[in-house]
Design a protein around this ligand. Structure first.
Ligand SMILES: *Cc1c(COP(=O)(O)O)cnc(C)c1O
Length: 876
């Protein structure tokens, strides 16, 4: 089969009758994926075809017959509805939104590069959290009017479809997508007559080969998303296969995907600008290391351009407007290539004006504990971007520690990696029943304005009824998916009657779904199978579990975990209370989050960078039960769910799993289940007391109050709108300003900063604090005394204004390390000749006890975004 390749491929596009022609626009703009009225319109036009299409408007248009279209076009009411929907879309696309109120200083365009984008299950170009986040980023940008352009790859088979074998081993299939049947438009060169040739991006490969790619555009509301596709006629078979699947193959295959994404992506962007006349991006956002080569392409552009910048100047100019987001504290999650592999590809002329040695330096782990034979994509990302961030507060902190070797001599707290906590796109992830209730009780204004606080005004009974409806919808979905899964596993219908009674719409429902890398600990719940069984089968307060997740195809440890779990769920004794659903995707997720009362997350802290599924659950009034990792570490407040304690103080991994699993069982048994069933006995006692049905409340008031609190407090915090505003304010605007300054007046500042940096680096080994003395300390220092500090500093060829000389003071520990540090800058007092300078200043002793201070020297320049930027410091 795979040997037979079409030499030509085309899809016969439906010709819509004039009166209903706007349907094509409504189908091709992905806004329908989060705009309920548009989906409802398609559903009401023809419910049968809508169901057959898998709720996919483009497929809907392909399935309907000419007669059916003619009938719709003859119905004035239908024509009017379609026109109204199209007019609404136009308003959405054109009206000024939040960003348009920011003024002319805000960046004119922002390019956002990501290896995956999860927008809708119809466009399966994602594997998990990273892709869904990127999709939500684009959607929120669209809603807020942020002028983002997404850049990614179009994978012919997306990630993979998961099913199970009879013995519960993950099976992967790779159904090939036809781009012509997807909500995508091929970019073409302009042409006098008819269709122009497809726009082509071209990269040289070793051995005289070339890699060509076409570019598809998806419209995500207002945001264009450009996807590069190497499956084009001009390529040899190997080159055609480069975009075959997401994270497929290792080594060279992955590397070529990343070269195409980063370098080809910038070329695609330039071609798009040329075709559409849209403004050039003023900020380039690298979403995870995979996209990092975009920085090399931009250096190439600047070195080859008419300004003929040197490498250092081009790097300086490019960095100023680049933002890098790191997404994982798990070393295995970071791409590392052999240095030799990188030079092999770049020697083919991928960036002909950039010396290959310079490129290699950017990714080299030439620091303490690094491996110098390795090219590290995250390290390159950090070196190519003047601004970087992690994706939750804790992850920012962990990242500062993890990458601290790049800034030797600095405290971890000073490592220039900030954080912007992820968020989720509310219209995508809130169940339509919740929006409907909000609209009916408070009007559509309240819904549009994100009035989450109104949750408090809904009656307890209404909340509880709604939760049961959402839980029932999940139960129905699970039954159907489970039957389908068993049929795939080889069971006959006659054996599957039991699936009709799986799960109970009145039982406390707990969800756990995510990718299955080891650190997420899918099987922690199985640590003591009998305890889990007892919870599932509890006479009065039972729980039920719905579980889903894909393992990376090359990860047998993950597949083993899935197998172990599925084999547990296959046991006839418990299978009505626990189900594993294959092929976790966006469609499943949209039923799963609202249907669960509790969302469980038990990663090994602090390896979960953020985690977003718990946020989606919270938006639907599910309570989180989670290890204090990622977002939960900063947003757990005692009333919005539960924190599973972490045993990270020296316990072995085995002990740690034992302790944390035991804590999980204990929480479920004594806190979560009794509260859900409104059996107050055990709550008051703080232990699992005997509870009887008779003592239960009809509506568990404490539980419902936690739901309301969750909606009111977490709703605004976890939304992708909040995240986008943070990105705009904390990163995009400063990066655009730095970028403009760098390039103004023929790159004047980039040039001076580059040569200044070179001179500072050259002089730095000779910089030292030769002597420090302090005057006026009495023999018996008191709080409030002033201490004058004089520092004699050797600066070699540098001038006093090139550096900051600081005194750092605080509480001195036994080990002489300082805590609670305050910094004061000393002033240059006197040129002592021979490159020596006196710096002095005074500080007030503001605390009792052991007091200490030290002096340090750092480079200083207005164009540096942080003191630590160059990684240079001299500590006395
Ligand atoms: C949200 C989501 C994820 C990511 O979940 P995490 O909690 O970040 O692991 C993965 N897959 C799907 C389908 C999702 O909706």
């Amino acid at each position: 089969m795979t040997q037979v390749k079409a030499i030509r491929r085309f899809t016969v596009r439906t010709v819509l009758p004039e009166p209903i022609r706007p349907l094509a626009r409504l189908a091709s703009n992905l806004r329908w994926s989060w705009h309920r009225p548009t989906r409802e319109l398609f559903a009401t036009l023809n419910p049968r075809i809508w169901a057959e299409s898998g709720n996919d408007p483009v497929s809907f248009l392909g399935l309907a017959s000419r007669e059916e279209f003619a009938e719709l076009a003859a119905d004035p009411e239908v024509v009017e509805q379609i026109a109204a929907a199209a007019a609404d879309l136009d308003r959405y696309l054109e009206q000024p939104r939040w960003y348009q109120g920011l003024g002319a200083e805000a960046p004119a365009a922002i390019a956002y590069f990501s290896p995956e984008f999860g927008i809708t299950e119809v466009l399966p170009q994602y594997s998990g959290g990273l892709g869904i986040l990127a999709g939500d980023h684009l959607k929120a940008a669209s809603d807020l009017g942020v002028p983002l352009i997404g850049v990614g790859l179009l994978y012919q088979a997306g990630y993979f479809k998961q099913s199970l074998s009879r013995d519960a081993w993950q099976q992967e299939t790779y159904p090939v997508l036809d781009p012509d049947g997807l909500p995508l438009t091929l970019l073409r060169e302009p042409s006098e007559e008819g269709q122009g040739r497809p726009l082509e991006v071209s990269l040289p490969l070793p051995n005289g080969r070339r890699l060509l790619a076409h570019v598809w555009r998806a419209d995500v509301g207002r945001v264009p998303l450009l996807l590069l596709d190497s499956n084009v006629p001009g390529n040899d078979d190997a080159a055609r296969g480069i975009t075959d699947r997401l994270y497929g193959g290792g080594g060279d295959h992955r590397l070529q995907q990343e070269l195409l994404l980063g370098m080809g992506g910038v070329k695609a962007l330039r071609a798009y600008q040329r075709l559409t006349g849209t403004p050039a991006p003023e900020v380039f956002h690298t979403n995870e290391g995979h996209a990092g080569f975009l920085g090399i392409e931009r250096i190439q552009e600047l070195m080859a351009g008419e300004q003929a910048l040197s490498f250092d100047e081009a790097l300086t100019a490019g960095r100023a407007s680049t933002v890098f987001t790191t997404h994982t504290p798990v070393p295995a999650g970071i791409d590392r290539f052999e240095v030799a592999q990188i030079s092999h590809f770049f020697e083919a002329g991928l960036a002909p004006d950039v010396p290959v040695a310079k490129i290699l330096e950017l990714g080299r782990e030439n620091y303490a504990d690094g491996d110098p034979s390795v090219f590290n994509m995250a390290v390159m990302g950090l070196r190519l971007a003047q601004r970087a961030n992690g994706v939750a507060k804790l992850h920012g902190e962990v990242s500062r520690g993890m990458f601290s070797a790049l800034w030797p001599g600095f405290d971890h707290a000073e490592v220039p990696i900030t954080s912007v906590t992820n968020g989720v796109h509310v219209p995508t992830w809130v169940d339509s029943r919740i929006s409907a209730l909000a609209r009916s009780q408070f009007g559509s204004e309240a819904e549009a304005n994100g009035r989450w606080d109104l949750a408090y005004n809904v009656s307890d009974a209404d909340v509880w009824t709604l939760r049961r409806e959402m839980r029932s919808a999940l139960v129905a979905d699970v039954r159907q998916r489970l039957r389908a899964s068993w049929k795939k596993r080889g069971a006959a219908d006659a054996e599957l009657g039991w699936t009709d009674n799986v799960l109970d719409p009145d039982v406390l429902t707990i969800g756990f779904a995510r990718r299955v890398p080891t650190y997420k600990r899918l099987t922690l719940m199985l640590r003591e199978p009998d305890r889990l069984k007892a919870l599932l089968l509890h006479k009065d307060n039972p729980i039920q579990l719905v579980i889903a997740g894909k393992s990376h195809p090359a990860d047998d440890a993950g597949k083993k975990m899935i197998q172990e779990l599925v084999q547990f769920t296959d046991d006839p004794e418990v299978r009505h209370r626990i189900a594993f659903l294959p092929n976790y995707d966006i469609a499943m997720a949209r039923t799963l989050f609202p249907g669960c009362d509790v969302w469980l997350n038990n990663p090994l802290r602090p390896l979960e960078a953020c985690g977003t599924s718990g946020m989606k659950a919270a938006l639907n009034g599910s309570l989180n039960l989670s290890v204090l990792d990622g977002w939960w570490d900063e947003m757990y407040d005692g009333e919005n769910g539960w924190a599973i304690p972490t045993a990270n103080n020296g316990a072995s991994p085995e002990e740690r799993d034992d302790i944390e699993a035991a804590a999980l069982y204990e929480l479920l048994e004594t806190q979560v289940a009794p509260r859900f069933y409104g059996s107050s006995v055990s709550e008051a006692a703080g232990a699992a007391g005997p509870s009887t049905t008779a003592s239960k409340e009809a509506v568990p008031t404490h539980w419902v109050s936690m739901i309301k609190h969750t909606l009111a407090h977490l709703g605004p915090q976890v939304s992708a709108d909040r995240m986008l505003r943070d990105y705009v304010n904390v990163l995009y605007r400063p990066a655009a300003e730095a970028g403009r300054t760098a390039v103004a007046n023929s790159y004047a500042q980039a040039r001076t900063l580059a040569s200044w940096t070179a001179s500072v680096r050259a002089a730095w080994p000779l910089v030292s604090v030769e002597h420090v003395d302090s005057v006026d300390v009495s023999a018996d220092p008191q709080i409030g005394d002033t201490l004058q500090v004089n520092a004699y500093v050797a600066l070699s060829t540098l001038k006093p204004q090139d550096v900051s000389v600081e005194v750092a003071y605080g509480k001195a520990e036994e080990s002489d390390s300082l805590t609670d540090v305050t910094l004061i800058e000393l002033k240059a007092q006197e040129d002592l000749g021979g490159g020596r300078h006196l710096f002095s200043g005074s500080l007030v002793i503001d605390r009792s006890g052991s007091f200490g201070y030290t002096v340090r020297v750092l480079p200083r320049h207005d164009a540096l975004a942080s003191k630590a930027e160059l990684g240079l410091i001299v500590n006395a």
